[in-house]
Design a protein around this ligand. Sequence first.
Ligand code: KG4
Ligand code: ZN
Length: 347
Amino acid sequence: MSEPIVLGIESTCDETAAAIVQGRTLLSNVVASSMEEHARYGGVIPEIASRAHAEAFVPCVSKALADAGLELSDVDAIAVSAGPGLAGCLAVGVSGAKALAWSANKPIYGINHVIGHIAVTQLQFGPFPDDTLALIVSGGHTSLLHVEDVARRIDVVGTTLDDAAGECFDKVARLLGFPYPGGPHIDRHAQQGDPHAIKVPQGLTQGQAGARHPYDFSFSGVKTAVARWVEGEQAAGREIPVDDVCASLADSVATVLARKAMRGCRQYDSKTLIVGGGFSANSQLRAKLLEFGRSNGIEVRIPELKLCTDNGAMVAMLGVNLVEAGVRPSAPDFPIDSAMPLTRVSM
Ligand code: KG4
Ligand code: ZN
């Protein structure tokens, strides 16, 4: 087969997205978001998100095909996020994708959304090296993965023992009064602050806990330390130096992530670090990873901003990998899996 053409569909959380990838080329990329409908509740409301997916599904897929100048009959396969994510949201995307696959008689792949976040880097940087390490930092996941073969074999090297980095940012953001999602607000304020103004702990980096968990993460202590500090200042009637709080938090989190990722690369003898997930849009993390990568001789592949947050291109790209590897498509009645494990690439 010449370069496979795959339609990718995404509906795990608050983005409805569809995109078409041919080989390593992105032909179209359409994203509709219901984020604004959730902002006043301080978090994603699954019922509202599910309804938004149902409304946006057909317009998104139609536009993705039109932008690529293709008909559904032109694609070789359909890929859709089958998990992990919100059950009601996944059900909308997967049902829609199954209907398309059935009507056009196309193979369908129910893929792992999180693995899509790392697969997407191929659109910018080309195919993966045979054996590589990946850092995944999304809203719900913070993990180091050993990617032997993105279509078939992935192992978890380390993971967060409590909060994900994105969750930690979102919780501190709420404390500081930023609207949901708070991560980008912390990022912006951090750019003007002093990263060493406040002492923020670096979870699982020192002593016995650090030795026992060299590749695991813990961010709940970081969140608590920042919360305590802010409450103390408020109780003393002092004004909160928001920029400094954000900069100190961001520096601590980015340093731990970058340090552990580099250590993992050394351990697995990987000259490349693949980075993905919504939190990889964070400017402090991007800068720290590139800096550490340079000094450790590791090529760090971080996607451009629009491919960091949830999108259909990541789903389509992983779909291409599965087609190219000759992986059997998912059964026509495959289920969603809201807690899909990271070691499972497709259903
Ligand atoms: O991957 P993603 O879009 O959704 C999941 O699959 O979970 O990640 C969303 C997370 C949220 O926690 C959001 O606050 C965070 O990514 N995020 C950021 C930035 N942009 C998005 N966190 C820090 N700085 C950013 N610039
Ligand atoms: Zn995501």
